[in-house]
Write a protein that binds this ligand. Structure first.
Ligand code: AHR
Length: 326
């Protein structure tokens, strides 16, 4: 994947923006008071527990900072996100932030924002563009690393197994950065053991219903499956329902590894229905506010800010659950 991330472009863009059109907060006239700043946020949708937590965190952070946040929910459709971004450009907001539902197809609308002098911040997901001057900063997880962590658990779990291990992969939204990267990282690590084989891989669109439906179908065509790797907790929770409906025991007959570590996923892990979770933190609000403040002050935010994350075993989930924020 070509996430073209460089450090020089942020500065260049901000210099260009300072002398640019009417929209955007800029160093040229000096910083605006925070209560005069307006940020437009184009969210992916409400497909998962992670997304709901992410929306709440971002809305709370802007409220706390006293910065107006215009919010739109694209219902997992790129055309809706593009419409929302165009509307923010028309309204001449100071900063646009968005979490791109898929990686490709953003250059035109991001060029429109650039021409209007409005800085864009990517949160959570990357865009695949050759022009990294189209956004000032990208704040979010390293999804390839998350896939590697999931793969490493599987590699260790089956280190002493001489038999083939059949794996079903429940992919996130087709074309989305976390779906592409989590598959890539996982595949790279499990390739070390030729016994580990992904026998089926299909999208469940990051939803619980999607995870359940795909698992129901794939259990029929792959009755010998040993493990399910779901790109998020919600799809893993849907898989649990399908496994139980098939008269099998999740976590035992079929092991499950997921990504996110939202409360429902952590509860299933603590209950022994999921075997391992790689954390993906949705708590990006405060860092996003900081980036907006930096842009407003005429500073150059870091081009790539990677979220700090951990992993959870069943024992660790039991310990962490009482204090889990989301
Ligand atoms: O982009 C982050 C992913 O999107 C989360 O892992 C998933 O739950 C969400 O829908």
């Amino acid at each position: 994947m070509k996430k073209l991330i460089g450090l020089a472009a942020a500065g260049a863009m901000l210099v260009a923006l300072a002398g640019c059109a009417s929209g955007g907060s800029g160093a040229a006239e000096g910083p605006k008071p925070l209560d005069e700043l307006v940020v437009g946020f184009a969210q992916v949708g409400a497909e998962s527990g992670w997304r709901t937590a992410n929306t709440k965190d971002i809305q709370a952070a802007f409220k706390d900072a006293g910065i107006e946040l215009k919010f739109s929910d694209a219902q997992q459709k790129q055309e809706n996100q593009i419409k929302a971004i165009r509307s923010y450009i028309q309204q001449q907001v100071d900063v646009i932030a968005f979490s791109p539902v898929v990686e490709t197809g953003w250059d035109a609308v991001l060029n429109e924002a650039k021409a209007a002098g409005i800085p864009v911040v990517l949160t959570d997901r990357a865009v695949d563009s050759k022009d990294d001057s189209l956004y000032v900063s990208f704040l979010g997880s390293d999804f390839v690393e998350e896939g590697k962590k999931a793969g490493q658990w599987v590699l260790d779990e089956y280190a002493d197994t001489a038999e083939p291990v059949e794996i079903i992969q429940l992919e996130g939204t087709t074309g989305a950065a976390p779906a592409i990267d989590r598959a890539e990282g996982f595949a790279e690590v499990i390739a070390e053991n030729p016994n580990l084989e992904v026998v089926a891989s299909q999208t469940g669109d990051f939803t619980r219903a999607g995870g359940k439906q795909v698992t129901e179908a794939l259990l029929k065509s792959n009755p010998g499956v040993d493990l399910i790797y779901a790109h998020n907790d919600d799809m893993g929770l849907g898989a649990i329902e399908a496994i139980e409906a098939a008269g099998l025991v999740p976590g035992k007959d079929i092991k499950i590894v997921t990504v996110d570590a939202v409360k429902d996923g952590m509860q299933a892990l603590a209950d022994g229905k999921i075997n391992f979770i790689v954390e993906c933190s949705p708590l990006l609000g405060k860092q996003l506010v900081d980036i907006v403040k930096q842009v407003n002050d005429g500073e150059t935010p870091e081009k790539r800010i990677i979220t700090e994350e951990t992993t959870f075993t069943q024992e660790q989930a039991i310990e962490a659950l009482p204090d889990r924020q989301y």
